[in-house]
Design a protein around this ligand. Structure first.
Ligand SMILES: Cc1ncc(COP(=O)(O)O)c(C=O)c1O
Length: 415
C-alpha cells in the first residue's frame, strides 16, 4: 500500500516535475510595479505581453480611485457570509442589472470566482439523465464541471461542426431514452490559439437538434462585439446563447465572475448553485470596483478601439515579418515556432534577458512535441512602439532559433 505523501513526492505532476529549475523564472515569475506594459521582472524593466488586462483598466486612474474609495468605505470583510443567508446587498443587484444589460440577457448571478462559477453552474444545470456535449479543447473549468456530471457526456473535436453534429445525434438518441435534456458547452474565444468558438454555426444546429447552449466567454467579454457584449455579439448570435459566462479576471481586471440567462434560470442558479450557496460572497469593494469598470466599458468604447488598433498592428506586423500566428480571430496572439523544449527555454531566456521582452511560453505537453508557442496578449495601454520593438526582437530570436543557436547549453545564465 502506498502513502499519499510518498506518492506525490515520487510523481510531482507534468509541470511540477520541472519546479526546481523553473520556479521563479518560467513558473511563478514575479512581475512587480504597477500593472502596465512595462513592469519589473528580476529588478529590470521588461516589456510585458502576458497579462489579460485587455482594456488597460487595471491601472486606470478612475478604477484605482473607485477601488481605494470602496475599500475605505466598506473594508474588505463586508458582507460576512453567503448571499443567501446573510450577505446580500443592493450593490450586488445593481451590478447584476448592469451586467445583464451589457450581455443582453434578462438576469445575472454574480459569482465569487470565475472558475468555480463554471464548474458549479454545469453541475447545477444538469442531472444524471441529461447529456453534455462539449468542445474537446475546452478550458479546465469546463472539463472539471463535466467531471462532476453523473450522466453521459460526448466530446466533439475542437471547433469541428460536423463532429459536433455527430455528437448531438448520439446525445439526442440517449436523451430520448433517458428522458433527459442536452447541454452544449463551448467557449467564445479559446485562450491558447485565440480562435473564436463557432457559435453561429452551433446556434444554427438548434434548428435540427434540441439543446441549450452554455458559452464561457472569458476572453470575448469586453473585447469583442460592438458594445463589448462578447463573441455572440461579434458573430450576431448573442440571442442564441442560452447561458452566458463572463469572468472579471480579464477585460474587467478584477476577480469574480457572473452567469447571465433567462430570469427563471438565474433564479434556479441562485437557489441551487452550491459554490455560491455554501461560500462567502464577493467583498463589496470588488462589487463597487466592478461597477466602475462596467461604467468605463460602456461609456469609453475608445478603450476597445485602442485594444484593436494594437492587436491589428501586432498581428499584421507579425504576419508580415513571416511569423505563423495560426487562426486567431481575437486579441490572443499565439506565435508558433518549431523547436525542442531546451531550445524554447534558451529562447525565452534570451528574449527576457537580452531584449527585455516578457511573454508566456507554451510547450509540450500542452501542445504537440516540437512546437513552441509564444503567447502575446495585447492591451489598450500598449503602444505601436511596443509592437514594433517586439516584432523586431522576435525576428532576431527566430533567426537564432533557425540557425541552431539555442541548441547549446543555456545561452544566458539566470542569476
Ligand atoms: C476560458 C476561461 N474560463 C474561465 C476562467 C476562470 O476564470 P477566473 O480566473 O475568473 O476564475 C479562465 C481563466 O481565467 C478562462 O480563461
Amino acid at each position: 500500500m502506498n502513502d499519499i505523501f510518498e506518492k506525490i513526492k515520487a510523481n510531482r505532476g507534468p509541470i511540477g516535475m520541472h519546479a526546481k529549475e523553473s520556479h521563479g523564472y518560467f513558473t511563478f515569475p514575479k512581475l512587480e510595479g504597477d500593472i502596465a506594459p512595462h513592469m519589473i521582472f528580476r529588478g529590470r524593466k521588461r516589456l510585458n505581453w502576458s497579462l489579460n488586462n485587455y482594456l488597460g483598466l487595471a491601472n486606470h486612474p478612475e478604477v484605482r480611485k473607485a477601488d481605494a474609495d470602496a475599500a475605505a468605505q466598506f473594508g474588505l470583510a463586508m458582507p460576512m457570509g453567503a448571499r443567501m443567508m446573510s450577505g446580500n446587498s443592493d450593490l450586488y443587484e445593481q451590478l447584476e442589472k448592469g451586467l445583464s444589460q451589457l450581455v443582453q440577457k434578462e438576469e445575472t448571478i454574480l459569482c465569487n470566482f470565475g472558475y468555480q462559477a463554471m464548474v458549479s453552474a454545469i453541475d447545477c444545470l444538469v442531472d444524471r439523465h441529461d447529456v453534455i456535449v462539449y468542445d474537446g479543447e475546452s478550458h479546465a473549468c469546463i472539463l472539471d464541471g463535466v467531471r462532476l456530471h453523473m450522466g453521459k457526456r460526448y466530446v466533439f473535436k475542437h471547433n469541428d461542426i460536423a463532429d459536433c453534429e455527430k455528437q448531438l445525434e448520439r446525445a439526442t438518441k440517449l436523451a430520448e431514452e433517458t428522458g433527459g435534456a442536452i447541454l452544449l458547452i463551448t467557449e467564445g474565444v479559446f485562450g491558447m490559439r485565440g480562435d473564436q468558438g463557432k457559435l453561429k454555426e452551433i446556434v444554427e444546429l438548434k434548428k435540427k437538434f434540441k439543446f441549450r447552449l452554455f458559452v464561457d466567454d472569458a476572453h470575448g467579454l469586453g473585447t469583442l462585439g460592438k458594445t463589448g457584449a462578447g463573441t455572440g455579439e461579434e458573430q450576431g448570435c448573442q440571442d442564441g446563447i442560452d447561458v452566458y459566462f463572463g469572468t472579471f479576471a480579464k477585460s474587467f481586471a478584477l476577480i469574480g465572475g457572473f452567469i447571465s440567462s433567462e430570469a427563471q434560470v438565474v433564479e434556479y442558479l441562485r437557489y441551487n448553485m452550491r459554490s455560491q450557496i455554501f461560500a462567502k460572497s464577493l467583498p463589496l469593494p470588488l462589487v463597487a470596483g466592478a461597477l466602475k469598470r462596467l461604467e468605463l466599458i460602456r461609456t469609453q468604447p475608445q478603450l476597445k478601439d485602442k485594444l484593436w488598433e494594437v492587436t491589428s498592428a501586432l498581428q499584421s506586423g507579425l504576419k508580415k515579418a513571416g511569423f505563423e500566428i495560426g487562426d486567431t480571430n481575437s486579441c490572443v496572439t499565439p506565435v508558433y515556432m518549431n523547436g525542442s523544449i531546451p531550445e524554447a527555454t534558451n529562447l525565452i531566456v534570451d528574449l527576457r534577458e537580452n531584449f527585455n521582452v516578457f511573454c508566456s511560453m507554451v510547450v509540450y505537453p500542452v501542445v504537440p512535441k516540437g512546437m513552441i508557442i509564444l503567447r502575446l496578449i495585447p492591451t489598450a495601454v500598449h503602444t505601436l512602439e511596443d509592437v514594433n520593438y517586439t516584432i523586431d526582437a522576435f525576428s532576431k530570436i527566430v533567426d537564432k532559433l533557425k540557425s541552431g543557436q539555442y541548441m547549446a547549453d543555456k545561452i544566458a545564465e539566470i542569476k
